[in-house]
Design a protein around this ligand. Structure first.
Ligand SMILES: NC(=O)c1ccc[n+]([C@@H]2O[C@H](COP(=O)([O-])OP(=O)(O)OC[C@H]3O[C@@H](n4cnc5c(N)ncnc54)[C@H](OP(=O)(O)O)[C@@H]3O)[C@@H](O)[C@H]2O)c1
Length: 429
């Protein structure tokens, strides 16, 4: 029996929830026409019923009890846009067990408990749609799950956190130090009051987990991903990187090679000529390489009320189609196995290093020897300036195993002529 009206319950009416509500109000008729079924928001759960919302939704739909949504027998689709881990995990589990399809924007949850929740969905003959959890309005989950499914994906690399990209762009174009660029991002609404998840790289690592799982058909634990944020990136390094021909970006990188998966998030020097170097401010871009399709790049707004709402609404339509046609819509993730992961110390990287040394004859030779003994070969070694008998030196290495580079650093730290090691960044060509 075809359903004429699909009923939706929404958990959370903040930035994303209100974008969803606005799109449903604006484009609902077109969406219904495309679906061949009506969409009705039946109930909305929030924390604080007294908060002014400025929405067209009927106030009588609101409740502060999640159970009024997830246990309502008339609701077909539960849209989770409240965030957090435990209450969202509990709500989604209960919604699935009560026969609902689920749409979520929650990357933290999907990265850490996605496989377990998808297994419950499969058992229940339902599905969880999570396009909005990564890349905001940029389609990524569906292309990876379906459109590119015939490829072996070798590499996925991208800027998947708009806050840090905004900060790094401001540092490089307006010559600001990190804390000033962060304050500006907060004032303009591009960074949250507590920016730690963004600036420490965790948000990008959750998204990389989701993208890499789909790209490499693997279950991935958060511990499998090396994570380093941008809090130690200095304006000085951005300037030197520019002189060397690079932009500094927080990149999320996933690769599959013979030894297994390589998964990392870190600030990276990337050549100005690379398409990712041109991605500015709050924009995101994801670049991938498939064996059949070649190189593909996705670009757009990775967050925000309407862009994220756009992905959530498309998921609502997919769920509605599944309900209307009485299908589950394919949980491809159920077949994923846990592939081996290459430990970070065995991964190859090029490094940019800025240090201070006593300005005396032979210091370059001593540095070259210390690196040579650790089997690290140098691509560039440049003295930037000299103040009060202290020389500032910038080095760029060739590809080296992280473990060897760490040994070289240990030798450098033990050298009396090295005053300080000020910055270490990775370089991608
Ligand atoms: N913001 C973005 O651009 C963006 C982009 C992609 C993905 N996401 C993800 O989308 C989710 C929501 O983010 P957001 O920015 O929209 O958050 P938000 O603005 O803080 O909104 C959260 C909403 O959930 C409600 N809520 C929180 N805990 C609740 C509970 N226990 N019971 C009932 N309602 C509860 C809040 O109610 P009150 O209004 O009463 O406080 C609020 O309406 C997160 O998982 C986030 O990672 C966000």
């Amino acid at each position: 029996m075809n359903k004429e009206t699909i009923k939706i319950g929404i958990l959370g009416m903040g930035t994303v929830g209100s974008g969803v509500s606005q799109i449903l109000a604006q484009n609902g008729k077109d969406m219904e026409h495309k679906l061949g079924a009506a969409l009705e928001v039946k109930r909305v759960a929030v924390r604080d019923l007294a908060k002014p919302r400025g929405l067209t939704l009927d106030p009588s739909l609101f409740t502060d009890n999640i159970d009024h949504v997830i246990l309502d027998p008339e609701i077909d689709i539960v849209v989770e846009t409240m965030g957090g881990i435990e209450s969202a995990r509990h709500a989604i589990t209960k919604a699935l067990e009560n026969g609902k399809f689920v749409v979520t924007a929650n990357k933290d949850l999907m990265a850490q408990h996605g496989m377990e929740l998808l297994a419950i969905a499969k058992l229940q003959g339902k599905n969880i749609f999570y396009e909005a959890s990564v890349g905001g309005g940029i389609p990524l989950v569906r292309p990876l799950k379906f459109c590119l499914a015939a490829n072996r994906i070798h590499k996925i690399m991208g800027i998947i956190n708009g806050t840090t990209n905004y900060i790094l762009t401001q540092m490089s174009t307006a010559e600001k130090e990190f804390k000033d660029a962060l304050a500006e991002a907060q004032a303009k609404g591009f960074a949250e009051a507590d920016p730690s998840s963004d600036v420490e790289g965790r948000d990008a690592s959750y998204k990389l987990n989701i993208l890499a799982s789909l790209s490499f058909s693997s279950r991935i634990n958060m511990e499998d991903i090396y994570v380093e944020g941008i809090t130690n990136v200095k304006l000085r390094d951005i300037r030197y990187a520019q002189e060397l021909g690079y932009a500094v970006k927080l990149l999320a990188i996933g690769e599959e090679g013979e030894g297994g998966l390589k998964l990392r998030v870190h600030p990276t020097l990337i050549p100005h000529a690379h398409p990712l170097a041109a991605v500015k401010n709050e924009f995101n871009a994801i670049f991938l390489e498939g064996d059949a399709v070649g190189e593909v790049m996705f670009y757009g707004r990775g967050a925000g009320s309407l862009p994220t709402g756009s992905a959530v609404c498309a998921d609502i339509m997919d769920a509605a189609r599944a309900i209307k046609n009485q299908i589950q819509n394919g949980i491809v993730e159920a077949t994923f196995v846990h592939k081996p992961v290459v430990p970070m110390e065995e991964q190859l990287s090029r490094f940019y290093l800025r240090l201070k040394a006593i300005d005396e004859p032979g210091v370059f030779a001593k540095l070259a020897t210390a690196f040579g003994e650790a089997r690290v070969s140098l691509d560039k070694i440049i003295q930037k300036r000299s103040v009060e008998q202290t020389a500032e030196i910038v080095l760029v290495t060739h590809d080296v195993a992280e473990g060897n580079f760490t040994h070289a650093l240990d030798s450098l730290r033990a050298m009396p002529s090295i005053r300080s090691i000020n910055s270490i960044l990775r370089v991608v060509e």
